[in-house]
Design a protein around this ligand. Structure first.
Ligand code: FDA
Length: 307
């Protein structure tokens, strides 16, 4: 029951102000966010690289309300790409972007988001890396996939995310499983209505397995985005069944979640990519992480109570 409440709170400005201002929030946020500044994020990249991991970097930001914010977000990613190039981190570090941070929900949003994300994709290519378009709520999926298709005409390595909780996703997996595509499969983190998405966790898990089979059987590059031990084991099994070598798929997990499992997969010879968010606009991301696991909320509330 708590999950939907937290997901609704994730989009409330008044709750955002209260939670962001509470001093006790910070230590809990630090578990999931690698810092507010680029140099802090790069420190985490180096540290994870030292443990044999790849990363994808998210400059936090979403649901903007005016065009100037889109430009600021674009510029933050351009600075990030510059740093990756400068430090030679390109091959190990890719970037994840949310198109709502590039103006997707504003008037003329499809063109605006495309115009703002294109220079970032170009800068990523120049830095020897690529970009994955995160997937947001279901109302954005058609627009995001259309922008992906346009970007892939020039930058075929641009990655997509699909969410197994959406009824449409098996079809999307079939469409995206072709040669050269890079697809991150996740369960989905938004509050979605029953008309478009499975509500029962077991249904979401079953759909995840169906989608993973499609991607693993296809010609693209599947990215298994899950901390669920069952999904990880099924991913390993499907990789074996479809004869995929270790560099023909990868596991992905979020910064701060199941770090020991991340190391275990690397030690077993799997490619493991950690999604590292950084920046000041952490509220929506943080609330989705709380919603995924009620124990996180209990931890957060306990730290409030013990002050
Ligand atoms: P599940 O929620 O069943 O969790 C399995 C286990 O993982 C839990 O029992 C717990 O041990 C651990 N765990 C999971 N979440 C945790 C948390 N918050 N804190 C502590 N432990 C936790 N979603 C989306 O809609 N669009 C996107 O673009 C992305 N991008 C993305 C990238 C990457 C790399 C990952 C790993 C995930 C995403 N997601 C996402 C989030 C995704 O949709 C989903 O909400 C979370 O991954 C949680 O689902 P799991 O598959 O981990 O399983």
């Amino acid at each position: 029951m708590l999950g939907p409440v937290l997901l609704a709170a994730a989009r409330s400005d008044s709750i955002r102000r209260v939670v962001s201002a509470a001093p006790v929030t910070r230590p809990v946020v630090d578990r999931y966010v690698a810092g507010e500044r680029l140099d802090q994020c790069l420190e985490s990249v180096r540290s994870l690289a030292g443990h044999g991991m790849e990363v994808t970097l998210d400059h936090l930001g979403e649901d903007i309300t005016d065009r100037s914010e889109a430009l600021r977000n674009r510029d933050a990613y351009l600075a990030l790409a510059d740093s990756l190039a400068g430090e030679g981190l390109g091959p190990r570090a890719e970037m994840s972007v949310k198109l709502s941070a590039f103006g997707q929900a504003l008037p003329g949003g499809d063109d605006l988001a495309y115009a703002n994300v294109l220079p970032v994709v170009e800068a990523a290519a120049a830095a020897g890396t690529t970009v994955t378009l995160d997937m947001e709520d279901h109302t954005t999926v058609d627009s995001t996939l259309a922008i992906l298709a346009k970007l892939r005409e020039r930058f075929p390595q641009t990655g997509a995310v699909v969410q197994s909780y959406l009824f449409r996703t098996e079809d999307d997996c079939h469409a995206l499983a072709g040669e050269g595509s890079r697809v991150r499969l996740v369960k989905g983190a938004y509050k979605e209505p029953a008309e478009v998405a499975f509500q029962d966790k077991r249904e979401v898990d079953r759909a995840y397995v169906r989608c993973l089979k499609i991607l693993m059987a296809g010609d693209g590059y599947p990215m298994i985005g899950s901390h669920d031990p069952r999904m990880v084991a099924i991913g390993q099994e499907l990789a074996r069944r479809f004869g995929r070598k270790p560099d023909e798929y990868e596991f992905q997990m979020l910064y701060g979640i199941r770090a020991a499992e991340q190391e275990r997969l690397v030690a077993e010879g799997h490619r493991m990519r950690v999604y590292i968010p950084y920046g000041t606009d952490w509220y929506g991301y943080f609330m989705r992480r709380l919603a995924e696991r009620p124990a996180n909320l209990a931890f957060f509330l306990r730290s409030l109570a013990t002050r």
